[in-house]
Ligand binder design. Structure first.
Ligand SMILES: NC(=O)c1ccc[n+]([C@@H]2O[C@H](COP(=O)([O-])OP(=O)(O)OC[C@H]3O[C@@H](n4cnc5c(N)ncnc54)[C@H](O)[C@@H]3O)[C@@H](O)[C@H]2O)c1
Length: 359
């Protein structure tokens, strides 16, 4: 049995779906503050169709609730954990740093203590390229060895958790009770499961692909964005960056590929190992390239407005994913931007209010 924290969120739910399809039973722990119970309900319907069927349970609660987590780990006989639960808005982390350190760092410590008490054997942690801050141009594409110097509390809250996990793993090795630890640093995750069951429903939505698609559908207001005419426009922040078309470049990995990497890592992970990998496709797309892809896929024109740069947005961030390929053979299989965008488009078209759309 595997514990998936944050399993009712965007990436976590896709991981749960994949684990279930692989026949693995899952217990999800999620406080549902930013996740969707209906995503889990949909997955339960999928499970019900499968034979022999793995089991799926949702426990609504806090990762920082030590007693609850320990009970869950014991009751379900959990041996492995994927830890996705976190708050993940850079801007919010600047205005509410202590909330981020409490949720992403202090609560992760409590979760880890419970995992220790229950002798969980393998842990996979969702980290982020935000731990690298603003790497110098000679560090792009970004390798795992790139210096980690976050520029916001979100990045720090994740980096502190990385440190905690590595120290814990070292202590377990020294004590002759080794755990397997994987720290996966994601770049930009996009798209939806290509069967069309799950999607990306953040509130508010800040990620580029969903924001562009929602602006085309006029549904941004359903996802905490501006409603009406204002919501049909898309502001590009900064068009004077030193990049070929002047807009920022990021690495977009399809969520199913990202989840696939988790399973590959889990399979490879042996007791006593710490594995740290960047997860991306290894090339960047500019904001204008994303917009052009959305226009190709939808056949619609984006109403683009040009705005000033946002503080803390580096010109280019994309991964050097060669380490994970060399060590365990994983690489992203979906590198065609239009395919990534199409999967997101299909879901948003059918779910104009996300999981609030009558399912
Ligand atoms: N989406 C991306 O592009 C991206 C990029 C880099 C890293 N990440 C990391 O991936 C993970 C998942 O991101 P996502 O986009 O799926 O976010 P999400 O907000 O959709 O999902 C996070 C889930 O965790 C739950 N949660 C948060 N704090 C909790 C707590 N204290 N106790 C219990 N549940 C809690 C939320 O309710 C939500 O369901 C996060 O750790 C995030 O930092 C995401």
């Amino acid at each position: 049995m595997i514990l998936v924290t944050g399993g009712a969120g965007y990436i976590g739910s896709h991981a749960v779906q994949r684990l279930l399809r692989d026949g693995q039973s899952v217990v999800v722990l999620d406080n549902l503050h930013r996740g969707h119970a209906s995503a889990i309900e949909l997955l339960k319907h999928e499970v019900a169709k499968g034979k022999p069927s793995p089991t799926l349970a949702l426990v609504e609660g806090e990762i920082g609730d030590y007693d609850l987590v320990l009970d869950v780990l014991k009751e379900y006989g959990v041996r492995e954990a994927m830890h996705f639960a976190a708050l993940a808005y850079v801007g919010e982390s600047v205005t509410r740093p202590l909330v981020y350190y409490r949720n992403n760092t202090a609560s992760a410590l409590s979760l880890l203590e419970a995992c220790d008490a229950a002798a969980v054997e393998r842990i996979v942690f969702s980290s982020t390229c935000a731990t690298y801050g603003e790497p110098s141009a000679d560090q792009i594409p970004i390798p795992e060895s790139c210096v980690q110097r976050p520029i916001n509390p979100y990045g720090w809250s994740k980096l502190h958790t990385e440190r905690m996990l590595l120290d814990y793993s070292a202590q377990r090795r020294n004590a002759g009770r080794p755990v397997g630890l994987a720290i996966l640093r994601y770049f930009n995750v996009a798209g939806s499961d290509r069967v069309g069951v799950l999607g990306e429903h953040h509130h508010p939505e800040t990620h580029l692909v969903p924001v562009v698609l929602q602006s085309l559908l006029g549904t941004r207001g359903n996802f905490g964005g501006p409603a009406g005419e204002e919501g049909r426009a898309l502001t590009v922040f900064g068009t004077d960056y030193p990049t070929p078309d002047g807009t920022c470049i990021r690495d977009y990995v399809h969520v199913e590929d990202l989840v696939d990497a988790h399973l590959a890592v889990l399979r490879a992970l042996r007791p006593g190992e710490d594995r740290i990998y960047n997860l991306g496709i290894g090339r960047g797309y500019s904001v204008r390239e994303i917009i052009a892809s959305c226009e190709r896929v939808t056949g619609l024109r984006v109403n683009v407005k040009e705005g000033p740069r946002r503080p803390g947005d580096p010109p280019a961030l994309y991964a050097d994913p060669t380490k994970i390929h060399r060590e365990i053979g994983w690489r992203a299989s979906i590198t065609d931007l239009d395919e990534i965008v199409r999967s997101a488009w299909e879901w948003f078209r059918k779910h104009p209010a996300g999981y609030q759309t009558g399912l």
